[in-house]
Design a protein around this ligand. Structure first.
Ligand code: IMP
Ligand code: MG
Length: 173
């Protein structure tokens, strides 16, 4: 079935924002190296584009998490499906995530990663839905605040489809 999709944030705006974030991170981390942690699968497109815009040395690692619960509401208990390959000890870590919704995933994950002794840890999210927040999460670098709508594209899926859209869209009813 083919859903009808409308554009919420066009490709040029997303790309321009990622470039801005990359420049900001490059300034903030001058003289340091960044260890980018991409949260799969949704964060993949964002993390790769962001990495391309960072001018200090970047290493990148991948992690996949899944939250217990049903498809629409996460329980807050997160299972690590694929763990990182490399140690993050002593590194300046930036987590690249697609979207912060209830906040539960990152609220759980950040303290888990902090125990692995990085030099620092910051969160960079492409999208944020402030109206949906249930637990507190500090977003250090943010692309866009968006309204409480289900979005797709640029890594975000609807039943595993549409991650490849180069823009942020909304599925019409
Ligand atoms: P949180 O734990 O509620 O913040 O959930 C974050 C995760 O839910 C994200 O990493 C996405 O995988 C998924 N998610 C939340 N909102 C959307 C959306 O609008 N479209 C697609 N996936 C979403
Ligand atoms: Mg995600």
């Amino acid at each position: 079935m083919q859903e009808k999709i409308s554009v919420l944030i066009p490709e040029e705006k997303v790309n321009a924002k990622i470039k801005e974030l990359g420049e900001q991170i490059s300034r903030d981390y001058e003289g340091k190296e960044v260890h980018l942690i991409c949260i799969l699968k949704g964060g993949a497109f964002f993390a790769c584009e962001l990495a391309k815009r960072i001018t200090v040395p970047v290493s990148i690692d991948f992690m996949q998490v899944s939250s217990y619960g049903n498809a629409t509401s996460s329980s807050g208990v997160v299972r690590i499906v694929k763990d990182l390959d490399d140690s993050m000890e002593g590194k300046h870590v930036i987590i690249a995530e697609d979207i912060i919704d209830s906040g539960k995933t990152l609220h759980y994950l950040i303290p888990v990663l902090e125990k692995r002794n990085p030099a620092s840890i910051k969160l960079c999210a492409m999208l944020n839905k402030p109206d949906r927040r249930e637990v507190e999460v500090k977003i250090d670098y943010l692309g866009f605040d968006i309204p409480d709508e289900f979005v797709i594209g640029y890594g975000l899926d609807y039943a595993q489809k549409y991650r490849n859209l180069p823009y942020i869209g909304v599925v019409e009813e």
